[in-house]
Each structure stands twice: as structure tokens, then as C-alpha cells.
Design a protein around this ligand. Structure first.
Ligand code: SF4
Length: 49
């Protein structure tokens, strides 16, 4: 049976405070689209973009 880590911190940070999805730093993006190829619809793009 797998151990339940849902209630234990991850490197000292409560798991509910960690965004478990990739995000884009809009000010650092050069538009190569590799993230789209790699993550597809799982990628979150900031609304300021
Ligand atoms: S991988 Fe995505 S976020 Fe990174 S520079 Fe390329 S397009 Fe921008």
C-alpha cells in the first residue's frame, strides 16, 4: 500500500500552498513554445500575457 503524503509538508512547505503545475514567467518568455510541446494543456499562462 502506498504511503499517504497528503498531510506531510514538502520540504517544509504545506502541500496545499504549492502550485503543482508548471507556470510561465511572462517577463522571461522568449516565445520558443517548447513549454507547449512539453506540457500542452497542463501549462498555466499568466493572464497578464
Ligand atoms: S518554453 Fe515556453 S515559457 Fe519558456 S521561453 Fe519558451 S515559450 Fe516561453
Amino acid at each position: 500500500m502506498a504511503k499517504d503524503f497528503s498531510k506531510t509538508p514538502c520540504h517544509g512547505v504545506p502541500r496545499e500552498e504549492i502550485p503543482w503545475y508548471p507556470t510561465v514567467k511572462a517577463d522571461a518568455c522568449i516565445g520558443c513554445e517548447l513549454c507547449y510541446v512539453t506540457f500542452g494543456r497542463k501549462l498555466r499562462i499568466p493572464s497578464s500575457r
